[in-house]
Design a binder for this molecule. Structure first.
Ligand SMILES: [Zn+2]
Length: 114
């Protein structure tokens, strides 16, 4: 079986077999990573995997797990961040409103119960 040499930040070089390595290949290339549990210190080690690392690990027999990032996670955000008061207002509103789906669809003007 193929031996994969990696490095633990605490223990240094370690040798792994393909089943000991988790390779996650993300639709956003910069988010791809590989991970393993160091047998010496039991730490979970996670490192970025660029296209060359992905190629080498796959060639060594590591099974790649696809990871599709939802498009909404990549949307550009504008405006102020939601703060605690916004969340509290929303929780209070939920307590008084029965037609959440109608409000979320923009029909809140007709069905407003607050
Ligand atoms: Zn270690």
């Amino acid at each position: 079986m193929t031996t994969i040499k990696a490095s633990c930040p605490s223990c240094g070089d370690v040798e792994l077999t393909p089943p000991q390595v988790r390779l996650v290949v993300c639709s956003v290339a910069d988010w791809s990573y590989y991970a393993f549990r160091c047998e010496t210190c039991a730490s979970e080690v996670r490192k970025p995997a660029d296209s060359e690392v992905v190629r080498l690990l796959r060639a060594g027999g590591v099974r790649a797990e696809p990871w599709e990032v939802p498009a909404e996670a990549l949307e550009e955000r504008r405006g102020p961040a939601i703060d605690y008061d916004d969340l509290l207002d929303f929780a209070i509103w939920l307590g008084r409103s029965d037609l959440l789906a109608a409000a979320a669809s923009g029909a809140q003007q007709r069905y407003r119960l607050v």
